[in-house]
Design a protein around this ligand. Structure first.
Ligand SMILES: Nc1nc2c(ncn2[C@@H]2O[C@H](COP(=O)(O)OP(=O)(O)OP(=O)(O)O)[C@@H](O)[C@H]2O)c(=O)[nH]1
Ligand SMILES: [Mg+2]
Length: 306
């Protein structure tokens, strides 16, 4: 008989306000960029699973959209996806930004957490500790733990990797015993065409200003593996206003060219193959009211919602 350790596996949902660093933490834990990250709020739109292995445990991290007071139909679907992630998870991690403390937004999330059934432990993750003095952390931790009975508190920097190993080890020990849920070499549970669309959306978000990133969506229309080992990828960028098309293209097409170059480089790194990326911008004034667009993003479209 061999003495193999007990395997464990389960889902760990990352929730918090927009910009808390949920996607950064997921990528850090997985050790690869699975979920897009920008300095802007509301970057993540749907649930994204990234898989990490720690000791004999397979930890399936579920990145979710930031939770905020939704206005548009898209916002409501995003927030619903976040809460769906929390209620399906074995463990919930609530992320807050160390330098912002207990904000009204986080208080609203705590109130909602209290009002609903969460299956397992809820841990507090104070992120971005690189931005504050350590004295401030203790006070914040105390205040947060008075607001909610967190099972544990971790102080981390997702970006720099401080404290993340301790967190991974705690999660690994806390998950339910059972067989792994995915093959051991799988790091994401998201179709490649969706990852590719997200990469392009990240590059667009980084280069475009004000409301434009919030009013566009990217879809991979076609993915063709070629005999020479390369792939041709065709993507459509839907914008909601005629005026946005010119802005996305940029003067002499320079914006879209820069986006395409950056997205192709990242996609090549992710896939390890040569990519020919073709981007097309389409004006579609009502894409924010189309069920098909929501489905492509992996979101529920709720009829009657406007
Ligand atoms: N200084 C510092 N910045 C961080 C840290 N973690 C994340 N960030 C930055 O915070 C910003 C937001 O990070 P994201 O991971 O996109 O945040 P998010 O919670 O996924 O945001 P949404 O998807 O919009 O809900 C990015 O600019 C990150 O680089 C950290 O530990 N320290
Ligand atoms: Mg995110």
């Amino acid at each position: 008989m061999t003495d193999t350790p007990q395997t464990r596996a389960g889902f760990v949902a990352l929730i918090g306000e927009p910009n808390a660093g949920k996607s950064t933490l997921l990528n850090r834990m997985v050790g690869a960029k699975v979920s897009i990250v920008t300095h802007k709020v509301q970057t993540t739109r749907a649930r994204i699973r990234g898989i990490a292995i720690e000791d004999a445990s397979q930890i399936v991290f579920v990145d979710t959209p930031g939770i905020f007071r939704p206005r548009r139909r898209l916002d409501r679907s995003m927030v619903a996806a976040a809460w769906g992630g929390a209620s399906d998870a074995d463990i919930v991690l609530l992320l807050v930004e160390a330098h912002r403390g207990l904000t009204n937004g986080t208080q609203a999330i705590i109130d909602a957490l209290k009002a609903q059934q969460v299956r397992g432990p809820v841990a507090l993750i104070i992120n971005k500790i690189d931005r504050v003095k350590s004295e401030a952390l203790l006070a914040l931790s105390q205040k947060m733990n008075e607001a909610y009975p967190f099972t544990r508190t971790f102080m981390i920097s997702a970006e720099r990797g401080h404290g993340t190993k301790d967190l991974a080890q705690w999660l690994a020990a806390e998950l339910p015993a059972g067989p792994w849920l995915y093959p051991e070499d799988q790091i994401a549970d998201l179709p490649m065409r969706m990852i590719a669309a997200e990469i392009t959306r990240e590059k667009l978000t980084l280069r475009l200003h004000e409301e434009i990133p919030y009013q566009l969506t990217v879809e991979t229309e076609n993915w063709e593996d070629r005999k020479d080992g390369s792939a041709r990828v065709d993507q459509l960028i839907y914008v909601a206003r005629p005026g946005h098309k010119g802005i996305v293209l940029g003067k002499g097409g320079e914006t879209i060219k820069a986006v395409s170059t950056a997205a192709r480089a990242e996609l090549e790194e992710f896939t390890g193959t040569k990519i020919h990326l073709f981007l097309q911008v389409k004006v579609r004034e009502n894409w924010l009211d189309e069920a098909e667009r929501f489905r492509e993003m992996g979101l529920d479209f709720r009829d009657g919602d406007a």
